[in-house]
Design a protein around this ligand. Structure first.
Ligand SMILES: [Fe+2]
Ligand SMILES: [Fe+2]
Length: 284
């Protein structure tokens, strides 16, 4: 997958990329255009487009920090917002309609249980999208690059979303008895499998592109303090060195731990070395 690949070949080789093209607001009718030419034609950043495609088509692909720096954030956010709109205004209402059609004529208990399960899922997903759109995306757009501590909710909810849709599939697949072969149920299940795959890819794109931006980015002052901690300096020595209060140093240290997820001094020292902030030789 490079800038020289033809757009039509790219989509033919991985049809799931069709929705990426659509949600990036890129038109079809590529002709013989290459990725580079079509991105230019549509006013999209080629590198951002190719990175999103790579994440969507490969479970194990993770862009490096240097690659993340090259991404055009506005394209990513527009893409994610369009994806949310596709779920909220098109796919979820379609799914809801299909589910209620399948439940016609079935016992009240089945209608109630499945109907309520889906409504709750839809509500939770709506809340998750709202959190992203109101808290996370604007802060990234402003290049503030802080998610107000939302990264924990973000990661946890992505796991939860995938599990809920799988639960619904299993409820329909395993625990509802059908008297006869019903193509409507088969179609609904196929729809649910596609929907699940779509959501998994969406979450993966967010985990790869948004999470690294809202977590783990230490400010220059935090990096300085981390280096001091790795060198074995006490809080009061650090405070004296930078003319700060001990309270401020403690706040920085708390933020460093929150952003890196690393608590012990040994762990923070290893982190500082791995990030190239400090030379291993300078540690006593
Ligand atoms: Fe999202
Ligand atoms: Fe999300």
């Amino acid at each position: 997958m490079t800038g020289n690949s033809r757009m039509a070949d790219l989509v033919n080789s991985a049809p799931s990329l069709l929705s990426i093209v659509e949600r990036l607001d890129m038109r079809l009718g590529f002709g013989e255009s290459t990725v580079e030419e079509w991105c230019e034609h549509e006013g999209k950043d080629e590198f951002t487009f190719l990175t999103i495609c790579s994440i969507a088509s490969s479970e194990n692909y993770r862009p490096s920090e240097a690659e993340l720096e090259k991404m055009r954030i506005s394209d990513v956010i527009a893409f994610l917002r369009n994806s949310h709109d596709a779920y909220v205004y098109r796919l979820l209402p379609d799914l809801e309609r299909e589910i209620s059609m399948v439940l016609v004529g079935r016992p009240e208990s089945q209608k109630k249980v499945i109907g309520e399960f889906f409504s709750k899922f839809k509500e939770e997903l709506g809340r998750h999208f709202m959190l992203e759109e109101e808290k996370i995306f604007p802060s990234l757009e402003a290049l503030d690059r802080k998610g107000h501590g939302s990264e924990k909710i973000f990661r946890h909810e992505h796991g939860d979303i995938g599990e809920k849709i799988q639960d619904l599939i299993n409820l329909l697949l395993k625990y509802i008895a059908y008297d006869r072969q019903d193509s409507r149920v088969t179609e609904l299940l196929s729809f649910l499998f596609r929907f699940k795959e779509d959501l998994v890819i969406h979450s993966r794109i967010e985990d790869c592109l948004i999470l690294p931006l809202i977590e783990g980015k230490l400010s220059p002052r935090e990096k300085e303090i981390l280096v001091c901690v790795a060198q074995g300096l006490q809080n009061k020595e650090i405070a004296y060195k930078y003319g700060l209060s001990i309270f401020t140093v403690m706040t920085h240290r708390k933020n460093i731990t929150e952003k890196t997820g690393i608590k012990s001094i040994a762990g923070l020292t290893a982190y500082a070395i791995l990030q190239g902030l400090i030379d291993i030789e300078s540690i006593k």
